[in-house]
Design a protein around this ligand. Structure first.
Ligand code: SF4
Length: 462
């Protein structure tokens, strides 16, 4: 019985789990009001990322490209950034925040995006837009290292370090959510409202779920303002829910502005939500109200109905964003399931120091593998060639063909999810998230029992 943490034993990637760093920076940028990012690279670096966002949310988001071509790749393409900033500011009179997001090609050719920002600040902005507030923010996201996860982490820190300014205490906490869905933000805000705690939420992405209004189509964007970013320096403390997505920013605010940070855990499941609320209470001095104790009780009641009867010993594979995967694995263990395979899709070297992974290694009493730098072939190969037996897969839509081809039930969770409707509206964090997650996992297993005629009669008598 062991829990092994190891790298994949192949060079190259077959069906990657993640996309590249600029994607993470773009996800952070669409969470900010009056912000349109310029991705300095080929058009595909924006086009395919926008497509993922649109597929996941079924909404449109605005992101620009400096559209680098062959000549730029050879001779340098900073002129494209200068032109892109000018065109963007002319075309969008309300835009105030313009991150310049680098890519693999423009990092390799050595384009100095910090230098061009300085040049534009001293030239174009002064001469052509003297009365306009514009913030150009260079964000370095070469795609030959890290992944969309580290890209998000880097971008959040860059946005905060650009805007954060010490002034009067604001009496709020900073809630850095990490890469979550609108439903998760709603759930987290509900928990804080019940505790009567005010928070600056980064990022306010509930509005990614946008209405279709009589006047026509709507472009979606987040509602985090420049003022929100500025005031992070004046908070009581920072709660960073996802270690690998907002850990850098939380540490930065702590080091620069003396705002204490608590990093993690991701509040997936009962025990992690308990810890989250205790952390909020510790940071603010506010008690956990009876209403949340009742909510917890409702969730426990729902889980108890399912755990021993249906979840016990079910073998699960989980892949996706590392904080999500680890949180789901902890939740599965609490539900008496066996998360036998965890796939983390990047080459982060500190996973072996993550206290949650250390705890898994110390406590798991069955064979479990955690693969870093993993791809979806790591999952498929084990099923196809190594006899891995699974009762459930948890992951995003990119793994759907493994579920279909090997007839293994799969519940969609993470990013991107485009082959099931409305998943971004449902929280997986908090007590309500734990209930929804467990019930959807159970329903997925029930449908499979019926489909395979495997003890489906149990459902008649349950
Ligand atoms: S790998 Fe490079 S070229 Fe491809 S999308 Fe990412 S940044 Fe753009």
């Amino acid at each position: 019985m062991s829990c092994e943490l190891k790298g994949k034993e192949r060079i190259g990637n077959i069906n990657p789990l993640f996309t590249c760093q600029p994607c993470g920076a773009q996800y952070a940028s669409i969470g900010i009001k009056d912000c349109i990012g310029i991705v300095h690279g080929g058009q595909g670096c924006v086009m395919f990322v926008r497509l993922l966002f649109s597929q996941h949310f079924k909404e449109s988001f605005e992101i620009a490209s400096s559209s680098v071509h062959e000549d730029g790749a050879v001779f340098g393409a900073l002129n494209r950034v200068e032109a892109a900033v000018d065109v963007l500011l002319m075309r969008y009179p309300n835009v105030k925040v313009v991150p310049i997001i680098s890519t693999c090609s423009t990092e390799v050719i050595g384009d100095d995006i910090d230098g061009v920002v300085k040049k534009l600040n001293e030239g174009l902005l002064r001469e052509k837009y003297p009365n306009r507030e514009v913030h150009l923010i260079p964000i370095h996201t070469p795609s030959f290292k890290g992944s969309m996860i580290s890209g998000y982490d880097v971008a959040v820190q860059d946005f905060i370090s650009h805007f954060a300014k010490k002034s009067e205490p604001n009496g709020k906490i900073n809630l850095l959510t990490g890469w979550v869905n609108p439903g998760d933000v709603t759930s987290l805000k509900h928990l804080l409202a019940e505790m009567e705690v005010e928070a600056t939420v980064l990022f306010e992405i509930e509005s990614f779920d946008s209405p279709l209004m009589p006047e026509g189509n709507h472009v979606s964007y987040g509602n985090t303002t420049m003022k929100d970013l500025e005031s992070t320096a004046n908070a009581i403390g920072t709660l960073a829910l996802n270690r690998y997505e907002v850990g850098k920013a939380a540490k930065y605010i702590e080091d620069e502005f003396d705002v204490p940070a608590i990093i993690g855990p991701t509040p997936i499941g009962i025990r992690n939500t308990d810890t989250f609320l205790k952390n909020v209470s510790k940071m603010t001095g506010k008690p956990i109200p009876t209403s949340l104790v009742r909510e917890r009780g409702l969730a426990l009641d729902a889980l108890t109905d399912l755990t021993h009867m249906f979840f016990a010993d079910k073998r699960v594979a989980i892949y996706g964003n590392p904080d999500l995967v680890i949180g789901l694995a902890e939740f599965c263990l609490d539900l008496e399931m066996k998360p036998v395979l965890l796939l983390l899709g990047d080459d982060t070297t500190t996973y072996n120091k993550d206290p949650r992974i250390i705890e898994l290694q110390e406590k798991v009493n069955f064979d479990m593998e955690i693969i870093v730098n993993a791809d979806l072939w790591e999952l498929e190969n084990r099923i196809k060639n190594e006899g891995l037996e699974l009762d459930l897969i948890l992951g995003h839509s990119k793994g759907r063909f493994i579920s279909i081809d090997y007839d293994i039930p799969m519940f969609r969770v993470g990013f991107p999810v485009y082959d099931r409707a409305g998943m971004h509206r449902h929280p997986i964090v908090g007590y309500s998230g734990a209930t929804w997650l467990a019930e959807q996992m159970a329903n997925t297993i029930f449908t499979d029992m019926e489909h395979k005629k495997n003890k489906e009669w149990v459902l008649n008598v349950w």
